[in-house]
Design a protein around this ligand. Structure first.
Ligand code: CU
Length: 161
């Protein structure tokens, strides 16, 4: 995996350790149970449908597998995450706008490192679970907001019907 940092450097991408997001909520009250435009934190007691997502580097960049999921409005999902790569990765659920804004914030505050209910960060070869209830119909996304990763391909689509 010596090649990847060089490739990223050539692309102008940083490998700075950073983390997940609740940025679009501002910090008013910092209420981690409140409903937002893309749903609300999952109830740990409820379980929910298991969707396995792998995070990895690829020959052409980085990716989530799968890159697209469909859920029913109101459904709670348990994302069972596996980082199969050589770098830290995270999965941050949000609206496209919120993730884009947060990615920009992270680019300038590379020390951001907090675990939020809509985000899970994993070190290489580790696993984790993120529960989220999608309460609104629409198209949302999950992305890795570590600087450069979303641009390298780490973005997936959630269609809520
Ligand atoms: Cu990543």
């Amino acid at each position: 995996m010596q090649a990847l940092p060089r490739i990223l450097a050539a692309m102008g991408l940083a490998l700075a350790p950073t983390s997940g997001a609740w940025a679009d909520q501002g910090h008013a009250g910092h209420d981690h149970t409140a409903e937002v435009a893309y749903g609300r934190p999952g109830d740990p007691a409820k379980g929910g449908r298991v969707i396995q997502v792998v995070m990895k580097e690829t020959d052409r960049g980085m990716a989530f597998a799968p890159e697209r999921i469909e859920v029913a409005k109101g459904e709670q999902v348990q994302f069972v995450l596996r980082n199969g790569g050589e770098l830290d990765h995270e999965l941050v659920i949000g609206t496209v706008e919120a993730n884009r804004r947060h990615a920009e914030e992270m680019a300038s505050h590379s020390d951001m490192a907090h675990e939020d209910p809509n985000a899970k960060r994993l070190g290489p070869k580790t696993s984790g679970v993120l529960r989220w209830q999608f309460t609104q119909a629409g198209t949302f996304e999950y992305a890795c907001l570590i600087p450069g990763h979303r641009e390298a391909g780490m973005v997936g689509t959630v269609v809520v019907r």
